[in-house]
Design a protein. Sequence first.
Length: 199
Amino acid sequence: MQKYVSGLRRAFAGSGGSAPRLAWTGSGYLLTGARIEDLRERHALLRAALAARDAGDLRRAGELAVQGEALWRGDFAEGLGGPYLEAERRRWAEKRLTVLEARLEGEIELGRYLECVHELVRQVAAHPLRERLTWLLMLALYRSGRSSDALLAYEETRRRIEEVTGADPGPALRSLHQRVLCQDPSLLPGAAKGTAPAA
């Protein structure tokens, strides 16, 4: 333990006068003066990306999401245990997915369907019950001229949701399914946009 504490103190010493301090309290070590700037910046970028998305500026939302994603370097508090840190890891993993979805929605609006399809197939496999990812995959497939694949993606997700929860997909995903079935022209680029389910 002393080896790690000594290493931390040396690392903090190079940070100048506003460096964090590590002090012994009698029952453990207390870190004070530490600021996690990348978390603050990431949170600000996430808020801005979601605000841009909600305002209909998907291009800007995508740009902000790309900046936010660039700040991720592994899992939150990677390698550390405990109930609080596990909860925080889940919370930040959810935020990371929200940023990813905002970026992919922006990419789809920019016409980068093929790239999005490849990434969304991986993400849907990793998060099979996350309806927004399936919604984005269906839209990217449809705009790529692959409406049958979009319908198949819906059916696979519907089946998984039913097996796990006994329920149907939410209204946004069901609505997109109907619109793809009807070959709704408003799904095409430049037409009135559909609304993806909120993260």
